[in-house]
Design a protein around this ligand. Structure first.
Ligand code: DCP
Ligand code: MG
Length: 362
């Protein structure tokens, strides 16, 4: 029986925040630009222009380190409203083609265009049209990956960044996956990468040589996922407008940090991103959770519930410091930080919110 293959596009804006800054301030064009904190404080790089990447600057690196790598870097503060606006513009373009749009962040989404509104046969053609429309309407470039599942489309969108398009056909998939270093596989984090290398798995081809029982023995439930993706199999659907139970953001730090001030800067950036996401979803939430993963990989979470819904970064920040104090962060160094808002008001009827008398454990 012939299996009908899907047509999936993954779109990701190039150096998103930095490109918006360069667009809006011509003096920044062609220059190494970092969006984030200050080089003389404990700021962290949210992102940087491709000019800055040539010097080795990367997201999540401390701004001080970025400055050491390139002293010509111009440091710019983020303007979330501007990013939000572009995000709405690109989503409107996606919906001209399909409502099967699954946004992953402000600048990134999956589209299932197997059946699409204009009735275009070629997903590659659609991806090119979308990239052109994005450029015309926003003045910004996006890269796209086109394939028959999410896994391949996402990796493909990264291949010719910036301003590129990569197609992986079913015929090409085997070869494409075989040469991929395993760290490029979505879902393979730093820990798994180390373990895979220890097992002699460096590329997709190596992964493919391991049997399902072997992979399950070493990676538990994820073993089946790795087994499948090594063969180009990924059945995950593009799920539009997921009903979210929480909105959060976490970041694995490029280097472990032990300084609380530095942690608060990272948390501040996370709080701003979470607040922007809450605004985009027109929601707010009653519970704030801080997640901390120490250098020894132990994970702890600390939560606080409020009477009135949290919706902006300042409200989140004012509470999150207290939560950090309830962890051992600082005594122990930290490799990951996360901020999540749950009990979203969109899930709770308005009259219930008014009645609620939640404890305020502070
Ligand atoms: N971002 C952030 N902190 C991070 C990673 C990302 O604040 N640790 C923000 C800034 C980015 C945006 O999210 O501009 C999108 O993230 P991407 O990973 O897509 O990175 P970019 O769009 O900046 O660059 P690329 O061209 O590699 O996609
Ligand atoms: Mg991007």
């Amino acid at each position: 029986m012939a299996v009908e293959l899907r047509k999936i596009i993954h779109i990701d804006m190039d150096a998103f925040y930095a490109s918006v800054e360069q667009r809006d301030n011509p003096a920044l064009r062609g220059k190494p630009v970092v969006v984030g904190g200050n080089p003389d404080s404990r700021g962290v790089v949210a992102t940087c222009s491709y000019e800055a990447r040539r010097y080795g600057v990367r997201s999540a690196m401390s701004c001080a380190r970025a400055y050491r790598l390139c002293q010509r870097i111009v440091f710019v503060r983020p303007r979330f409203d501007a990013y939000q606006k572009v995000s709405q513009q690109i989503r409107a373009i996606f919906h001209q083609y399909t409502d099967l749009v699954e946004p992953l962040s402000l600048d990134e989404a999956y589209l299932d265009v197997t059946i699409n509104k204009p009735g275009i046969q070629s997903a590659t053609w659609i991806a090119q049209e979308i990239r052109q429309k994005i450029y015309k309407e926003t003045g910004l470039t996006a890269s796209a990956g086109v394939s028959y599942n999410k896994f391949l489309a996402k990796i493909a969108s990264d291949v010719k960044k910036p301003d590129g398009l990569t197609v992986v056909t079913p015929e090409q998939a085997g070869q494409f996956i075989a040469q991929l270093p395993i760290r490029r596989f979505h879902g393979v984090g730093r820990v798994t990468e180390v373990k895979m290398k220890w097992l002699g798995i460096l590329t997709g081809a190596d992964l493919r040589e391991h049997s399902l029982p072997e992979l399950e023995k070493n990676f538990g439930k994820s073993g089946k996922y790795y087994f499948d993706i090594a063969r180009g199999i990924d059945q995950r659907l593009v799920v539009p407008n997921r009903v979210r139970k929480s909105i959060g953001k976490e970041t694995t730090l490029r280097e472990d940090i032990a300084d609380r001030g530095q942690m608060l800067t990272v948390i501040g950036a996370l709080a701003k991103r979470v607040a922007a996401m809450l605004q985009a979803k027109k929601t707010s939430g009653l519970t704030l959770t801080l997640k901390v993963k120490y250098s020894d990989f132990q994970i702890v979470t600390r939560s606080i519930s409020c009477e009135t819904p949290l919706e902006n970064a300042d409200e989140i920040l004012s509470l999150v410091e207290g939560l950090l104090c309830k962890t051992q962060a600082g005594e122990k160094s930290v490799r990951l930080l996360g901020v999540t808002i749950s009990k979203l008001t969109t899930e709770i009827p308005a009259e219930k919110i008014a009645q609620m008398e939640l404890p305020f454990p502070c």
